[in-house]
Design a protein around this ligand. Structure first.
Ligand code: SAM
Length: 165
């Protein structure tokens, strides 16, 4: 049998890590009153997880085309529709540096494209985060002023990333 992980192994590692990192970041950002941003709604699983466990903070979703499970579809006034390359800069005027937690899961299957996209959007995400706010991403990000944090024990290195302002 090969030593390489199967696609199923990788998928499970990513899901376990995503939940562990989100739970950690939700708890760590609990005392910061600003909004939460979900970048990439997809099926809405991580959005559903966040609204389930985040109290007293609105969760805004950035998505170019909403196609989520009906149970995981945000209300219209919490959706910021469009390409994040345009909606993130526009949101800086609206929100300023107030986000308590930003979660990004924008990637597809191509690792090189995901990395290029992460490099492009990192400077668009960075100014939206409040002092002490956390950023969780499925891809490595490229921030000038945020600090990368160690992952919680049940997350798998390289499958998820956490940053703090
Ligand atoms: N975390 C989600 C879940 O648990 O169901 C899955 C997110 S899915 C992997 C990625 C989503 O990001 C897709 O819905 C896609 O439309 C969105 N997306 C990718 N690039 C985008 C862009 N440039 N602007 C806005 N949305 C984008």
């Amino acid at each position: 049998m090969s030593d390489a992980q199967s696609r199923l192994d990788l998928f499970i590692d990513r899901m376990v890590s995503q939940r562990a990192c989100l739970d950690y970041a939700i708890a760590q950002s609990h005392g910061i009153p600003g909004p939460v941003f979900e970048l990439g709604l997809g099926n809405g699983r991580t959005y559903h997880h966040m609204v389930q466990y985040i109290e007293n903070r609105p969760v805004y979703v950035f998505e170019r085309a909403v196609a989520s499970h009906p149970d995981s579809t945000p209300p219209d006034d919490r959706v910021i529709l469009g390409d994040v390359r345009e909606t993130l800069p526009a949101s800086l005027d609206r929100f300023g540096a107030t986000a308590s937690l930003i979660h990004a899961d924008l990637g597809g299957h191509n690792r090189e494209k995901n990395d290029a996209f992460a490099r492009f959007v990192s400077p668009l995400i960075e100014p939206l985060l409040a002092e002490g706010g956390l950023m969780v991403s499925s891809d490595r990000m490229y921030f000038d002023t945020l600090t990368e944090l160690p992952l919680p024990p049940t997350a798998v290195d390289g499958r998820c990333f956490i940053y703090r302002r």
